[in-house]
Design a protein around this ligand. Structure first.
Ligand code: F6R
Length: 603
């Protein structure tokens, strides 16, 4: 995720763009930049760091008539001044800001270089400015639509050209873009927050839309130039609600961002026949791996646990997993066929970092999974798979947990392919991963999650149970609840109940059970019966259409049916929303749970 804001029309001060960027910092904040048109002169100013760093190097009071601005969350190329947007062409007349990922940028860049273009940055975005340069024959709109047809991947862009200072072009495919105009200005942005100080009448552009803006007038077309009419939306939020996208808390907003985050993680990840693509791992000899060590903390550990079940089922490997705070102090055995995977959203967790160092000292190779480009863990690992979830402000992991899972599933599938074990089942899982954003939207809008939260908000204990791959879901559900609502919650593999924990159950100790229609369904059903016999209240998460579980549960939350191995993904928003609503209803701030920090850089 990155943030875009662009303004055109009457005169305005550069500070307007800065204020717009501040509102979008939640989408990225490793570097920022502005391209401003003052007459026919294009002035580009960039700075590594947050938007406030850009303030110190830009003339904020300068009056301009058009400008495009960007706040970045790095995907291709380290966070630095050169890789910061906007990106220009060889003539220095065209400037582009971009949110998304251009999948085919490597091929395009090679071709452009062979035709004499000189690249300044390592970004995928820069190919767009050079392609527009090649396609420009005096008409920026035509040059942009010719370029869009060549691009593969996801993008929202804004483009200006110093020869046409009254014109701005925007376009979207897969990344959000909103436009709003008043009697003086048109504003394009990644969301409505920078727009509402100009107008509350906005249009949410759709995939395949191009917006041509001249002065304060705009026209929407498709990529072939046909005019399109889109519906206008009136925004009713006040300014403070706007920062959180109209949601009460960042955590709730970030759960709603899960579908977009998944789409960003999946861009460029599937090739022909739905087989996964992981170019970063080209140098890794994954064919010969016999042992996998997984190391992580907290929620990231639970994501690793999901992978353990998946990898043991589909790859002929032994998978060992440990929390990093234990791993780092244990003797480790690294053989030539051992692969270590370290999972850390922040990329800074001290215990995970020390575990990586221990593996490297022992001669091992480490694949990191992280959301933060340039973080210490990404620098010290051999290679990193980036989650592309955009920044997460709520302390409790939500969208980043989902994107960790997505990458781990992709990695598992990629290893299946590399090891020559690909079967129809893997094609089916891949197809379902691609369809997941649609299904997750459905789960997020399921109102029974909040009503269940209302029923259980006053309990003091909770037991989460699951089986197989959803043992991890049970552990993660319990962690989410305890960390933000301060209810004592424990997670167990359901088969363990009878070995001790069942002694806790009574009408005051409810159970949260994950019972999808999978190969362990009957076992799980018996476990639910066991808890019912102890008079515990039961919330069951079940597959749509399952009427049986309704008879033995007090509350049922239904989710769409998916392949049995990817239920942890579909359950993730359920456990997050349940914990969120309970915390909120108990009067706590879910964004800032007591005693916790977003990044745990101390032991
Ligand atoms: C819980 C949570 C934490 C983190 C843990 C590891 O919601 O967010 O348990 O998962 O502190 O953090 P990272 O992934 O940054 O290493």
């Amino acid at each position: 995720m990155c943030g875009i804001v662009a303004i055109i029309g009457h005169e305005f001060k550069v500070t307007e763009l800065i204020e717009g960027l501040k509102k979008l910092e939640y989408r990225g904040y490793d570097s920022a930049g502005i391209a401003a048109l003052n007459g026919n002169q294009l002035i580009v100013t960039k700075s590594v760091g947050r938007v406030d760093a850009l303030r110190t190097v830009i003339e904020e009071t300068k009056v301009i008539k058009s400008g495009i601005a960007h706040t970045r969350w790095a995907t291709h190329g380290a966070p630095n001044d050169t890789n910061a947007h906007p990106h220009t062409d060889c003539t220095g007349k065209i400037a582009v800001v971009h949110n998304g990922i251009i999948e085919n940028y490597q091929e395009l860049k090679t071709e452009l270089i062979s035709r004499g273009h000189v690249f300044k940055s390592e970004t995928d975005t820069e190919v767009i400015s050079h392609l527009i340069e090649e396609n420009f024959k005096g008409d920026l709109y035509q040059a942009v639509i010719s370029t869009l047809k060549i691009l593969k991947g996801a993008f929202a862009i804004a483009v200006i050209h110093s020869d046409m200072p009254n014109v701005m072009i925007g376009a979207r495919k897969g990344s959000p873009l909103v436009v709003g105009c008043n009697d003086k200005y048109c504003v394009l942005a990644s969301d409505v927050t920078p727009i509402i100080r100009y107008t509350r009448d906005v249009i949410f552009l759709e995939d395949g839309d191009v917006v041509y803006i001249e002065g304060n007038k705009m026209r929407i077309t498709d990529f072939s130039g046909n005019t399109i009419v889109r519906k206008h939306t009136q925004i009713t939020w006040d300014e403070s609600a706007a920062e959180k996208g109209g949601f009460k808390h960042f955590m709730l907003k970030e759960i709603h961002e899960v579908p977009e985050a998944i789409e960003s993680a999946l861009v460029g990840r599937f090739g022909q026949d739905f087989e996964p693509v992981m170019r970063e791992l080209d140098e890794f000899n994954l064919e010969s791996v016999k042992r996998i060590l997984l190391v992580a903390c907290g929620t990231s550990y639970h994501a690793g646990l999901v992978f353990k079940y998946f990898a043991e089922k589909y790859l002929d490997v032994d998978v060992l997993i440990d929390v990093a705070s234990e791993f780092r102090y244990r003797p480790i055995r690294i053989t030539p066929d051992t692969l270590t995977i370290a999972i850390s959203q922040s990329g800074e967790t001290a215990d995970t970092l020390e575990s990586i160092r221990a593996v490297k000292r022992a001669g091992g190779k480490v694949i990191a999974i992280s959301n933060v480009v340039g973080s210490t863990i990404t620098r010290e690992s051999d290679v990193t798979l980036y989650m592309n979830a955009g920044p997460e402000i709520g302390v409790a992991a939500s969208k980043t947990y989902v994107n960790q899972l997505i990458l781990l599933y992709l990695l598992g599938l990629y290893m299946v392919k590399k090891r020559g074990m690909w079967a129809n089942e893997h094609t089916e899982i891949s197809k379902q991963l691609i369809d997941l954003p649609r299904l997750i939207k459905k789960v997020i809008s399921n109102k029974t999650i909040e009503s269940a939260a209302d029923n259980y908000k006053n309990y003091h204990h909770f037991m989460y149970i699951g089986r197989g791959i959803n043992t991890a879901t049970a552990l993660e559900g319990a962690l989410k609840l305890k960390e933000i609502s301060y209810i004592n919650a424990v997670g167990y593999p359901a088969g363990e109940l009878k070995h001790g924990p069942i002694a806790l159950l009574d009408p005051k100790f409810p159970v949260f059970a994950f019972a999808p229609k999978d190969s362990l369904y009957e076992k799980m059903r018996s476990n639910i019966e066991e808890t019912r016999a102890r008079n515990a209240r039961i919330v069951t998460v079940a597959t749509e259409g399952d009427e049986e579980l309704k008879k033995i549960s007090h509350d049922v939350i239904y989710v769409p049916s998916v392949h049995e191995d990817i239920y942890p993904l579909i359950f993730a928003p359920v456990i997050q929303l349940f914990a969120y609503h309970i915390a909120d209803k108990r009067g706590y701030d879910p964004d800032k749970p007591r005693n916790l920090a977003k990044s745990v850089t101390v032991e």
